[in-house]
Design a protein around this ligand. Sequence first.
Ligand SMILES: Cc1cc2nc3c(=O)[nH]c(=O)nc-3n(C[C@H](O)[C@H](O)[C@H](O)COP(=O)(O)O)c2cc1C
Length: 379
Amino acid sequence: MKATNEMKNNTTASLLSIGQLGRYELPTRMIMAPMTRMRAHGDGVPSDMMVTYYSQRACAALIISEATAVSAQGVGYMNAPRLYTEEHVRGWARVTSAVHARGGRIFVQLFHAGRISHPSLLPGTGLPVAPSAIRPKGRVHTPEGRVPYVTPRCVTDEEIPRLVDEFKVAAQLAAAAGFDGAEIHAANGYLLDQFLRNGANHRQAPYGGSPKNRARFLTEVADAVASVLGAGSTGVRLSPLHRFNDMSDSEPRETFTTAVKALDKLGLAYLHLVEKDDAPLVGPRFELSRLRALWSSALVVNEDYDRVRAAAALARGADFISFGKLFIANPDLPRRFLADARLNSPRSDSFYGGDSQGYIDYPFLSADDGASSCEAQSA
Ligand SMILES: Cc1cc2nc3c(=O)[nH]c(=O)nc-3n(C[C@H](O)[C@H](O)[C@H](O)COP(=O)(O)O)c2cc1C
């Protein structure tokens, strides 16, 4: 029994220790993963519910916001937030102020959906854009219901500086809205990931072909965002082996070692790795752990971590763990780990869209459970 308690204390101690992420000293190793919840207004302005939701979770060492479109052309989901108008800035400023008032920190996740969108969601009902005119398998939610994806329009090389600039302007607006930094969403099959992986990118140079060319757009975006916010306030998210949104790559090791080496030269705050591995077993296996040696600053890992697995990942060389569904259901997750308290279970039927149910009504620990400051403030 004594040994078990000591083991628990050790796992909790490492997770609740101070860690450096870029320019920030964070109070624990527990980051809230970015999660699209579709509770913004129809025009992408954050709602009152979002202010409550994020401030309830200010106990996270860092909150990474849900994917936030950098332009009207980058929208992929109804009622997801955006960041390209003054109204968006004002809406997000209410969120960041509420998080800061509770002692938290929040980065925005900057996102462009690329081909994972639909004309009915886009200005002038134009086609979604992508590195190549390849239609993804699957269906998209539109105002008319779920429909198959369309074949996207291939962007020209001349358009790419404008796309880079959209991320740069969004970074300027993020600073105006009071965000502490930005995470560039280059994971999960959206535009930047579409450029990286050769299942979606059939272009020639300068933005296609070799791994170096496929990483060029992402590197330019990261450089542009870091030039606004500072490299120490800029992170990148990658999901090298995740098939989500019909992604594939015939040479993931070459693709991602090249991309990570190029990004590392920018001195960014962190690399956020989605470790999900559902890629087909073709070619040589690629161990994601090899990327640790290529990355100089903080490494954040994600996918299905609980307290014990998270502590083991820290012991293996990760610096932070991001928790997704556990933070949806447990706004006071660090406190629950500290108190070794029971966890609420996430309700998946309210993940995407809806009202306050399954969004801002998950219970905090009560005083009887040993609750203190963070959740007491948020109650
Ligand atoms: C409801 C929901 C929405 C998500 N939205 C995003 C998103 O906007 N951006 C992103 O990078 N990942 C998104 N993800 C993936 C999560 O960040 C995370 O990778 C995933 O939930 C696995 O972590 P977990 O096992 O700790 O939940 C989402 C996941 C869920 C469950």
